[in-house]
Write a protein that binds this ligand. Sequence first.
Ligand code: 3HC
Ligand code: NAI
Length: 648
Amino acid sequence: MTVNVEIDGEIAIVTIENPPVNALSGTVRQRLLALADALDGDPNVRAVVLTGAGKLFVAGADIAEFDRPPEPPFLPDVVARIEAAAKPWIAAIRGAALGGGLELALGCRFRVATASARFALPEINLGIIPGAGGTQRLPRVVGVTEAIRIVAENHSPDGREALRLGLVDTLVDEPLVPGAVAFARAVVGQALSPTSIERVVPAPAANVWTEAEARITASARGAAAPPQALQALKHGIEHGVEAGLALERSTFLALRATEEAAALRHLFFAERAALRPAELRALSPRPIETVGVVGGGTMGSGIAAALLNAGLSIVLIEQDEASVLRARSTLAGLFESSRRRGLMSDEVASEWMARLETSIGYGAAERCDLVIEAVFEDLAVKRSVFAELGRVCRPDAIHATNTSYIDPRLIADGLPGPERFLGLHFFSPAQVMKLLEIVPTPDTALDVLATGYDLARRLGKVPVRSGICDGFIGNRILRSYRTEAEALVCGGVDIAAVDAAMRAFGFAMGPFEMQDMAGLDIAYLYREAARARGMPVPDMPGDLLVRAGRKGQKTGGGWYDYAADDRRPKTSMDAQRIIAPLVGAKKEMAGEAIVSRLMATMAEEGHAILAEGIALGAADIDLVEVHGYGFPRKRGGPMFQAGRLGKT
Ligand code: 3HC
Ligand code: NAI
């Protein structure tokens, strides 16, 4: 049974039990509709308590159904039927009431909740807007200003705030259901208060709409749903509930069918699947509380910040006093900038710094459950670090390398504890970027691998397992993307046209702007090393630029010129002159053609990666691109794009 009924005197208790998250599947909707009729017809029942089994109320519509046409009964009709019930329905909420779950609760005459309950309309994250009256009932219950924040800006009040907003009528302690039944008994026989939809809400001052429109359009960065959610809300306030509900539903259905919404759903399920790979589900991760980080440069400092953020204690090991001071000051700078932006209080900042120990020499690694190495990208240096760690660390401590390109098997070769060794490849800035490539060697024990996943979860990262190859999943695709972008330039396409096309597609930066920001020299040195090994790597325009001293923004120019203190790229005649020997006759190419060429290249490399077993699934490749390389979320990733093209 997906919805159970129990009778307690005059009160019916309706429990939605549809694990794991009580989603409002077709069966749940049917059963709720039938129950609303049956309970209205039952003379012994005078009120209905509606709750969810387990840890949460209802996580919303069943997102897995969204790839099919909607099937009746539709959720708006279920909500309307409950709202029209002859007897009061009381939603009893613990945990999350999200999306359609909150809309269902809004259809009830009353809402009671625990203080830690959480209320949200997260539909915009799936490229849609609420589709069962949320944009209409919520403003009538909490007022327009608060409703805007919840509907279009992802604000998510807890039980206490919901009580203040009038979204819940009272807070109850656990056990929830007896408290809700007592509330129901108290309202039985009282004159029914207006339903959510019957309430009258004053129209806000005109500037509330204009300011919200400006704010939401700016933060949506091209995403369709947030401004349209606001529009539906506004329409209902200005033209009445009926018109509002009609616009909400038609917008919901139209957005649900878009490519953008399909892409966001694809990522929703991929992100969840990534956290719990089937083969590791039965394993217990090793306990990790104190983590050593060796190397406090760009990556080591970022990794330390991410670990501190997650409440772990850190021992940061550097090679000399100057490097320790530099790492400390980098971390203090990161905290200071969070503090300035109001993201961290002074107390939290000092508590974090108290969990940070710095050291020269390896003695302190003795206390570490895990040590992550982030020293120079040099095999000998890395091996010497792990040799030291092998001498000092406990025999059960896990050792991880953050190498970008070096084969982890070579790093671990011959060192003690190969089963405790793996790659944990963070992305820069490591305290921000969500991707964590997890790279086991053939010797890595499964519980060590499971610990890598558990760490990712604790850090709020998206873990993706990668096999061993040059660049792992992400840098390997990046290389083919950049090479193809340079091939377009060699074919006569304008540098700025390539960047503009990729920006229009949704990247924050095009490939050449990105190279200028990150520096052209790393890829250049990589190619030079390959050439030194006798590999036939032809000169690329980027090589000519580096040889001419144009390494990107840090040298005042790369593909573009930059004025001092201005990161906006300007067309560079110098750069064009330098690369001219490799560039063919000027060629106009439409933005869409540029995008499809670069997408095809990424997908082709992705297919090779899959065929070699480097990635376990196409969705993993999409997660790598979205969470490590700024691939636009609304496009779902290169493999998603390739799959959609295959279907059209
Ligand atoms: N529909 C279908 N499956 C869902 C789901 C939903 N609404 N929400 C979660 N799931 C699935 C997940 O895919 C996962 O499946 P898996 O075990 O096979 O991987 C499982 O439920 C557990 O989910 P999480 O791993 O995310 O569990 P957590 O405990 O970490 O989080 C949660 C629980 C906070 C409820 C989180 O899952 C969540 O935020 N869910 C989505 C909520 C949402 O976006 N709701 C709006 C839906 S759209 C809507 O309601 C339209 C309406 O307006 C008409
Ligand atoms: P970096 O040069 O900024 O920092 C390296 C740090 O290691 C320096 O502070 C140095 O003093 C320290 N160090 C060197 N030898 C040491 C030793 N024996 N003991 C203790 N400390 C030592 O380098 P970065 O960029 O932080 O890279 C570190 C590693 O992370 C490299 O393997 C790199 O390939 C990888 N990586 C880099 C990324 C990036 O975007 N910079 C992204 C992902 C991985």
